[in-house]
Design a protein around this ligand. Structure first.
Ligand code: KIV
Ligand code: NA
Length: 266
């Protein structure tokens, strides 16, 4: 099976919705690869894998290492790596150096970065130099220190106009898709209709051209998740139960049993 390409993603505008999930490790990538069009090595790994308070402290090295693991664990889905905070905002040149490092060290094909109109020249600069970019607008978690919270965007007319402007700027700069996060539903629909590239919603709308979630959220690994997460399993409960059974069996010497020990001769 050939890996999904950037032009193939672009062509899905208005068609069958794109399926995207986050992946940070090789085994999870292997398990999700066949069902997904894209795997996102999200900087949400800061909280999910490293227990950090936000995505702000995530480094380029962390993204490159996890990106490489996800590429090794997949052969079908397009792998996209988040550019971490501080690695791209200063200038298009800085962004190119960081993005090139991510692609060279991981083998991934594309990057994602947060920001709207202000980042459009950077998206154009990267695209013209061989680096495909997904934009990310609306609730942009790297801006937590400016936004002050993770609430939905687009409730005022000023916010609505800014969001649509950000989306159009990203589209015109050549972004091959745009993640629309935490945006009130009708504005997510308006954005989707306003741009030529696919939109990928998270806390947005079923009318977006695709959807993305953090895998650990949809698998039910966390007690607390945002409103927009739907839990498709309760892995936290199942892992706790398995660990309790193991602990009981160790303490009662039921584990290891005859099948798990080596006979002197066979
Ligand atoms: O880092 C991340 O997981 C993301 C998605 C939720 C869009 O950016
Ligand atoms: Na992210």
């Amino acid at each position: 099976m050939k890996r999904v390409t950037v032009p193939a993603i672009r062509k899905r505008k208005g068609g069958e919705p794109l399926v995207m999930l986050t992946a940070y490790t090789v085994r999870m990538a292997q398990l999700m690869d066949a069902a997904c069009d894209m795997l996102l090595v999200g900087d949400s790994l800061g909280q999910v894998i490293y227990g950090l308070p936000s995505t702000v402290p995530v480094t380029l090295e962390m993204m490159a290492l996890h990106g490489a693991a996800v590429v090794r664990g997949s052969y079908h889905a397009l792998v996209v790596i988040d550019m971490p905070f501080g690695s791209y905002e200063a200038s298009p040149q800085q962004a190119f150096e960081s993005a090139a490092r991510l692609l060279k060290e991981s083998g991934a094909a594309a990057v994602k970065l947060e920001g709207g109109a202000a980042m459009a020249p950077t998206v154009k600069f990267l695209g013209e130099r061989g680096i495909p970019v997904i934009g990310h607008i609306g609730l942009t978690p790297q801006a937590i220190n400016v936004l002050g919270g993770y609430g939905a965007r687009g409730r005022s007319e000023a916010e609505r106009a800014k969001l649509v402007g950000d989306a159009v700027a990203m589209d015109e700069a050549g972004a091959f898709a745009i993640v629309v996060e935490g945006v009130v539903e009708p504005i997510a629909v308006e954005i989707t209709q306003a741009v030529k590239c696919p939109t990928i919603g998270i806390g947005a709308s079923a009318q977006c051209d695709g959807q993305v979630l953090v895998a650990e959220d949809m698998l039910g690994l966390f007690e607390r998740t945002p409103r927009f997460v739907k839990r498709y399993d309760d892995l936290a409960g199942r892992i706790s139960a398995a660990v309790e059974t193991y602990a009981d069996e160790v303490r009662s010497r039921a584990f290891p049993g005859p099948d798990q020990v080596y006979a002197p001769k066979d």
